[in-house]
Design a protein around this ligand. Structure first.
Ligand code: DGY
Length: 319
């Protein structure tokens, strides 16, 4: 079996593949064109894909030799799963190992926004650090506030746990299903979507970006939020209408926003959101720790090894 790996991955994953004598193909140059990428996919049996390439009917028609795809991500919104399943192509993903790291970023953004860290960092950098001010530009405390989680799965659970332990926040959530672990361990309360957006002091998105969970946070939703509401998105940029988000933030309808994901990615440097002091944007670094990336490399390699032995991938997105 030939595996094409389209970008560098941590050594631990490569080692596992080499131990199984799996042949690995890498791009010949660092910035391969789309045509070169497709050519490499055509020559491979399995693809280990890093990044957001699309796997749809067009791709599968172009690369009929591909028998399995191991994604280097937990999300699989870039894959037409029905199409892959119909063609009997398993799609591996990398759940769990990045839940702590990704929720750390949500937690970090929440605190940066609540204490206006971006605003103050800019003050220091621009030489405008003035005397102590007792009343201007104060942050808001998170202790005892209400965290609303949209999509309470593995990452949402980790975020809720941190918020409960650190700030004794009251956890409410809206999800496709009830999450008993969160209800039992964190006293989390299932609420309607409407209640979530109207009563939360912090709203953090952790849903899968799938048709079933697709809600676009737009003007009519921002209008219903509390004026001190902090909007956090570490899931997928497609959940937010950025023009409406800008207006809600600029007009002070909501307190602030922390985004690790944007729509599109990368965000253009002249995006209006970047001009606001109550916004913090990170470049999709949720899983960017050594530990999480090693874990992802290991899971992706294990998926490939299982497939090459004719076994079911241990972490497979197909139903
Ligand atoms: C994931 O694993 O889904 C991350 O968002 C990287 O795409």
């Amino acid at each position: 079996m030939k595996v094409f790996i389209n970008q560098r991955i941590p050594e631990v994953g490569l080692e596992l593949l080499k131990q199984e004598n799996i042949e690995i193909i890498f791009p010949k140059t660092e910035n391969e064109s789309r045509e070169e990428y497709l050519q490499n996919c055509k020559n491979a049996d399995i693809l280990l894909n890093v990044g957001k390439n699309k796997f749809d009917k067009y791709f599968f028609n172009q690369c009929p030799n591909i028998k399995a795809i191991a994604l280097f991500s937990v999300g699989f919104d870039n894959v037409d799963l029905n199409e892959a399943t119909q063609r009997n192509i398993p799609i591996g993903n990398t759940p769990d190992v990045l839940s702590k790291a990704t929720s750390d970023i949500a937690f970090l953004l929440m605190q940066m926004i609540s204490r206006k860290a971006g605003y103050y960092m800019e003050k220091v950098k621009s030489g405008n650090w003035k005397d102590f001010d007792a009343v201007e530009q104060l942050g808001q405390q998170l202790y005892g506030k209400t965290l609303g989680i949209f999509g309470l799965g593995r990452i949402g659970f980790e975020m809720a746990k941190k918020c409960k332990n650190a700030f004794d926040m009251n956890i409410i959530y809206h999800n496709r299903n009830h999450n008993e672990q969160a209800e039992n361990k964190l006293d989390a309360q299932y609420v309607s979507f409407e209640e979530l957006i109207k009563t939360s002091d912090v709203i953090s998105i952790h849903a899968n970006y799938t048709k079933e969970q697709l809600v676009i946070f737009n003007q009519s939703i921002f209008d219903q939020m509390k004026s001190n509401c902090i909007f956090i998105n570490t899931a997928r940029g497609g959940f937010q209408n950025e023009k409406d988000l800008y207006e809600a933030l600029e007009s002070g309808k909501i307190w602030g926003a922390g985004l690790d994901v944007t729509n599109p990615e990368p965000m253009e440097k002249d995006n209006l959101l970047l001009k606001l002091s109550n916004v913090c944007v990170l470049p999709h670094i949720g899983s960017a720790t050594v530990e999480a990336r090693n874990g992802m490399a290991k899971l992706a390699a294990e998926n490939i090894i299982a497939f090459s032995k004719g076994e079911k991938m241990p972490n497979c997105a197909n139903p």
